[in-house]
Unconditional design. Structure first.
Lengths: 389, 394, 389, 394
């Protein structure tokens, strides 16, 4: 049992934090968000140089072979500094699903480009009316002589607007609600018949709704095997959910620390706010939630590392749900407390606190909200007990 | 004990309902139904004038000043139906706050000068209380008014001033003496916002709304005639003013309207083969908040119509504010949560998506914007301390 | 809209409170609980004289024709003073079901005796394994030449040990889970074949588990019409649930006030406990819960009064669920806070606080706990919306 | 980062498991599984002696004094397996509290006189800290010890003294000087409970358990030889003692065992055609507390085995106590709730009903009894204030 980072991990954290604090200090954030897609395109190459983009990929694809611990470190630092970027979309989701589902050839062709920063990806999985259920895929891919013909819609495709290629989860067989018959396709963003409605998101990022009208793709566009896309999709979304939990923990720590600073310095009624016991105890609650959330993220991240390569068993999926539920719930309350601690200042756009809260809200409505994950945890827990009995 | 309204009261309620249905413009109703708390000036004034024609724009005023001369029950039912129908809130600063102070503490001349503009809706006011270092601790305010000739010269600033950017006048508290207790030496003044030396800087809330401002005063000259009450006696007027809000702090009617929208949304939102209403975990939350709201509603009615009537209500009113804002926040947050991915759409996403009349990006804005309600008008922490001292004797 | 009590109601409250404060002061309670069934038999006649026992019954049965408001007043005062007695069992449940379901003859024979204190009743409805669902009745009553033969078990029959007669909900047709086929029987406590295992309850009261082994009852034992027992049972349990809510509100107010007294007087670290802001704000939460609970009880009590004689519609049942859910939940947290405010003293049997908490816990596990009532409320709410749509 | 234990540690864990399985008497296991925190003396001693034969009765002591010489991981795993298996808690006052003080501050003679009885389990101790007016504010204690000849004469009382009725000795804090700061003038003494002038009055908790007592001192003579440390220097020893509890305050193992019972109960409890486990609302609660418990478990492990090891843990430990007691209370309350009507059965109802090994009246007792855990050993409010000051700098 060991909770220390390796020296390399410590160095990675330090370089990440230094870069973010210098380049993404909060004072600069509003300016960055004014860019077309809320993101400084010129920084993508910096991300590559810092090793962020190649970190999770195997060395045979020019990756750095980082473990889930490195992703956790990176996401937590991004959370602390409220970085808005296509990192999750391109590396964790896009690169992740290529690594999970792609053929040797596809991986060799794509992952080095992702790692070097040349290629940006997006993953189109959610559909309007599907809730957070990954089996709710209605977009159809019908096999024909030229490959596949795609028809349907996708919603909230993060950063597809800056992506070169989009991976689409489509149904080649079966019905919405079934795991079988889901296939993954790699398509160009400017494919004929693909219409995109791009918009900015509440947290300053970008997303798109995609409309596939008879989009013809060649057979080679299939990522992995036909009809076998669900398991890789589930794995990638689980990993991405864990990455968001790590980001949320970074956000929570930042709120806790900034609230502490505020309460220690701000005066009201001739006393420091921090001398009021009711606020003291509430900040302690916030602090405890940070610690507990950190623990659940460590728990699932270690389990992810141990299960590398193996199919995700129910025990691991439960840890994902536990983290996404508890961290989501606690981050929400930490965000609300953070605003309240800051009083009217907490509502102002000049302070980070409200922007942290918006990011927490977005995290909670991505890959399943706390309610969704508590239900899934409950179902897995009962299944487990029934299996044992 | 009987929780039914009288036949007369029910007839009055029906009259109010009919009037709103016949006269509330759709564009205004739609904006209010999107949970926009502060409307464009034009809409506020338009609705105010519609009510005015009926004699209902300033109902709580004395009848001879343009008020409606209603009973407590009528006031209650009127505000409730207004809220339930997504009609705009009354114009807060002039009608609800300044006018009663003028009537209680103002001179005949002041009343004659200022009340008609408020009644007609042609003159809007804002409230200059909070300062950068005097929020909850209002008595710490420092913005100075120094007497010179027949006027005060004001220097300093007021902040978090709602609607200062659309107001014609500001009433507020200013420091005229720093020598004694901080509650002393505060004077209540009315200021024409066009006076030279006033500048208004927008303060944007984090979700991107412009409601509040910082107002800077650089040698702003305000005639003595614009002072209400005596110099250094403003604190008593402020306390009177802050005690006015008996009705409506619980915002039960608004919350009932919002909750109705949430329930319709849950029925309309497809999830797989069914809809969100099939999700018992989500509907437990809806049930929970509906029960909480009913408890608050009856509590408000008990406070208003219980033994002693509304006059018996003291610090208990603080609990209506606490629970009222908590419940509003709860409903609007659940609404945003219900939308899932769609709730992430930003303000400029083009409003192409509407589900059961809810525009996702407006639902997000409302969720964020209403976080202010537990902070403003005396934070909920301040309200708890008031109850602890005044009701519980701690 | 009127929230004042009539002069008679005010007098009734005063006389009730005076009697309870004199005769059931907390210092005497331990002694009373040492009695055989936790109750001073000699006081039953006082209860009759105070009008408690005849209060809810119609004047034609020598009752006082009191409305649900009187029952609320009485139960709230009993809660404040932690009265442990067969009142609920005999008057609200036993007398209540006779009034709801009995024939004219049965009502004329029984209710005056209940009102005068000559007759004590108990109601046997719950069965082990039935949860809080009133349709879960398995005890069988099979018609034969002599009347009915009863076989089965009942659990937690409050105060059946002191009752002269017991009303039993049995199944003459259908299956557990169905509303149809439930019949009510009035039987003697010493009927042949009826075995009783009596025990004291956690809150100082008494209850019994009853075992019916071929208990023969005559046809006249049937209370009301065969197979039509469910609706009266549901009505009586709903009214009794409301009565318990009123009792719980009395308990909550008592805890709130006693906690206030404690915090205002007790010192720690050289200050009054009540000067610590964290405790102040928590006592405010307790106070608000008392007020809100009071409101929900008023709400359902007024609705009960308005619907007298009519079948209970879904709107009224929702109000019952709302009160039993919210008051139960809040009483629980008020009880826990009350103990915590009192520190180590709060754990001592010499103080009322722990005993209030035990009573709250018993109330919450009678006629459905908060979870049960939230679920029922939710179901009724959804039904209502579906009906409207 | 790796959350697996080493192969050696796992082997040790297996050894502990096997030992407990082979040696824990059924009657004791059953009593602990009923959530009885304080066992009859005979059971405590019997189990202590069983462990003692293996050299595990006082594992945290130095090896040459009878300790086990384990690593942090071994201590952690031992306590965890003990708890998971429903083996009794270690004898708290002698083994865990007094002995370390004797080893740190006691003389050679004191160690030789008192340690053997603690090690063997033949002498039980109780702790005389709290007084009627000194609970959370321990330094306010007033029970006086006045020097006379070669002894102190003690007058006054101690209260909420756990196990005083079964203890052979009491260690405690007594007031020897009232002139300075209240933390000064406190002396740490060991007292033979058979000394004339001591009387022990049971204090019953509201659910009917006799665990604590009030102990009265009427001219009780305690020889100087029974003083640990110098006169008036007892506060430092008390602080050392209160800082000892690093392991186990979170009670994760016990809560895991209780949670396991709750889950079995939910599966065994019939409700209509199914069982309680079919109720998603109830199982949401179980899931919620299971997740909370896992978060606490990992947090404890991080604090113990993170950078710096357990020595790096300061006021953070307070959070283990807060969350640990909250979660225990939560599980035991849910267990009681699950039982429904059956949970109303009183202590003397004859224990005829058992469901999945749970006796309803014991479940009720446990629910009530464990309300004490958020009060004792420094109430959770005190713990929060410790974190606020020491960790958050408020």
């Amino acid at each position: 049992m060991d909770f220390t980072f390796t020296e390399e991990q410590q160095l990675f954290r330090n370089s990440t934090r230094r870069f973010l604090e210098e380049q993404y200090a909060f004072e600069k954030r509003a300016g960055v968000l004014e860019q077309a897609h809320g993101f400084l395109e010129s920084h993508w190459q910096n991300f590559a140089e810092l090793g962020w983009l190649a970190m999770p990929f195997a060395e045979e694809y020019d990756g750095l072979g980082g473990s889930p611990v490195e992703t956790m470190i990176l996401m937590e630092e991004m959370g602390r500094n409220l970085l808005t970027s296509p990192y999750l979309a391109t590396v964790v989701l896009g690169g992740g699903i290529v690594a999970e589902a792609g053929s040797e050839q596809q991986k060799s062709a794509l992952l080095p480009q992702v790692g070097s920063g040349e290629l940006k990806l997006a993953l189109a999985f959610a559909e309007q009316g599907g809730g957070y259920d990954l089996t709710q895929i209605r977009l159809r891919a019908i096999k024909n002589d030229s490959g596949y013909l795609l028809d349907g819609t996708k919603t909230t495709v993060f950063y597809s607007v800056v992506a070169d290629k989009i991976i689409v989860a489509a149904r080649t067989a079966g019905q919405a609600g079934e795991r079988e018959g889901v296939s993954l396709f790699l398509i160009d963003r400017d494919a004929a018949g693909l219409q995109s409605r791009d918009y900015r998101t509440q947290d300053g990022g970008s997303a798109s709704d995609l409309d596939f009208k008879a989009v013809q793709v060649p057979e080679e566009a299939l990522l992995g095997r036909e009809g076998q896309g669900f398991l890789p999709l589930q794995r990638v979304i689980a990993k991405a959910a864990v990455a968001l939990c790590a980001e949320a923990v970074g956000v929570m720590w930042a709120i806790s620390e900034q609230s502490g600073d505020f309460l220690r310095t701000r005066e009201q009624f001739g006393q420091k706010l921090g001398s009021f016991q009711a606020l003291q105890h509430r900040l302690v609650d916030v602090y405890m939630k940070c610690q507990l959330g950190q623990s659940l993220v460590y728990d699932v991240v270690c389990a992810l590392g141990q299960q590398a390569g193996e199919p995700f068993g129910p025990e691991l999926l439960r840890k994902v749900c536990a983290a996404k539920y508890q961290v989501g719930l606690d981050a929400r309350s930490v965000g609300q407390e953070g605003i309240q601690f800051h009083g009217a200042m907490g509502m102002m756009t000049e302070l980070p606190i409200g922007h942290y809260y918006k990011r927490i809200t977005a995290i909670n409505s991505t890959f399943g909200d706390p309610r969704f994950h508590l239900r899934r945890y409950r179902e897995l827990m009962i299944q487990d007990q029934e299996t044992v009995a | 004990m009987d929780m039914k309204f009288s036949v007369e009261a029910e007839a009055f309620r029906a009259e109010v309902c009919d009037f709103i249905n016949d006269n509330l413009p759709d564009d205004i109703r739609h904006k209010v139904a999107q949970e926009e708390m502060i409307l464009p000036r034009e809409m506020m004034v338009r609705w105010h004038k519609i009510l005015g024609k009926k004699g209902w724009s300033c109902p709580s005023w004395p009848k001879d000043q343009g008020g409606a001369g209603w009973s407590d029950e009528q006031h209650y039912l009127f505000e409730r139906e207004i809220a339930l129908s997504d009609a705009p809130r009354p114009i807060p600063y002039g009608v609800v706050m300044l006018a009663p102070c003028l009537l209680e503490f103002g001179t005949q001349a002041q009343q004659e000068k200022f009340l008609p503009g408020i009644l007609s809706g042609d003159e809007l006011w804002c409230q200059g209380f909070s300062e950068p270092n005097a929020g909850s601790d209002l008595a710490s305010l420092q913005c100075r008014a120094v007497a010179e000739g027949d006027s005060y010269i004001i220097n300093g600033s007021k902040t978090w001033t709602s609607e200062a950017h659309i107001a014609d006048g500001m009433f507020g508290l200013f420091r005229t003496d720093s020598s004694g207790r901080k509650q002393q030496g505060i004077t209540f003044l009315m200021i024409d916002m066009k006076t030279p030396g006033i500048s208004v800087t927008p303060l944007m809330t984090f979700e991107g709304t412009h409601e509040v401002n910082q107002v800077f005063f650089d040698n702003v000259r305000v005639p003595f005639a614009n002072r209400i009450g005596e110099e250094n006696q403003g604190w008593a007027i402020a306390k009177y003013l802050l005690g006015l809000e008996r009705f409506g702090t619980a915002e039960v009617g608004r919350s009932l309207a919002s909750l109705g929208r949430l329930k319709k949304l849950a029925a309309a939102l497809s999830v797989g083969e069914g809809c969100l209403r099939d999700d018992p975990d989500f509907m437990n939350e809806v049930a929970r908040v509906e029960i909480a709201l009913r408890a608050l509603e009856v509590t408000e009615q008990r406070f208003l119509f219980g033994p002693g009537g509304s006059d018996a209500m003291g610090a208990e009113a603080s609990m209506l504010k606490i629970r009222g804002t908590e419940i509003q926040q709860d409903i609007l947050e659940l609404t945003h949560q219900a939308l899932g991915y769609a709730g992430q759409r930003g303000q400029d996403s083009g409003s192409v998506l509407q589900i059961a009349g809810i525009t996702p990006e407006k639902a997000a804005m409302a969720h964020y914007n209403f976080r202010k309600t537990s902070i403003y008008a005396g934070s909920n922490e301040i309200q708890k301390t008031i109850i602890a001292k005044a009701v519980l004797g701690l």
